[in-house]
Design a protein around this ligand. Structure first.
Ligand code: ZN
Length: 111
């Protein structure tokens, strides 16, 4: 339940809530310390993002979710690149199962 409101807080800070939705959220925040504090920390997080973006007094809030998504894509690409490199290495030098177990272990130790 609170998680839904915290999600609403994010949307509100992004300017994506309609007036009735904002009213409902404000009503909840007036009675719920948990969500009110979540809103404060979300705002402070955006302040930190604005600062790190070199715009400490920005009126529009930077959108950490986009950064998080970009980061996730970068991590995914790195994983794919790593897997590809491992696959190439496997094809070139052979992997486990290519020879006797002792030889495979020696290969690993040598590498
Ligand atoms: Zn709440």
């Amino acid at each position: 339940m609170h998680e839904d409101w915290v999600r609403q807080v994010d949307l509100e800070l992004d300017g994506e809530l309609s007036l009735p939705e904002r009213a409902a959220l404000s009503r909840h925040l007036a009675t719920c310390r948990h969500c009110a504090e979540a809103r404060v920390s979300h705002l402070e997080m955006r302040v930190a993002f604005a600062r790190s973006a070199g715009e400490p007094h920005a009126r529009t809030v930077p959108r950490p979710r986009i950064r998080a998504r970009a980061l996730a894509i970068a991590v995914a690409l790195a994983l794919v690149a790593g897997a590809a490199a491992g696959w190439l290495a496997h094809g070139r030098w052979g992997g486990p199962g290519a020879g006797p177990l002792e030889a495979t272990r020696a290969t690993f130790v040598a590498q």
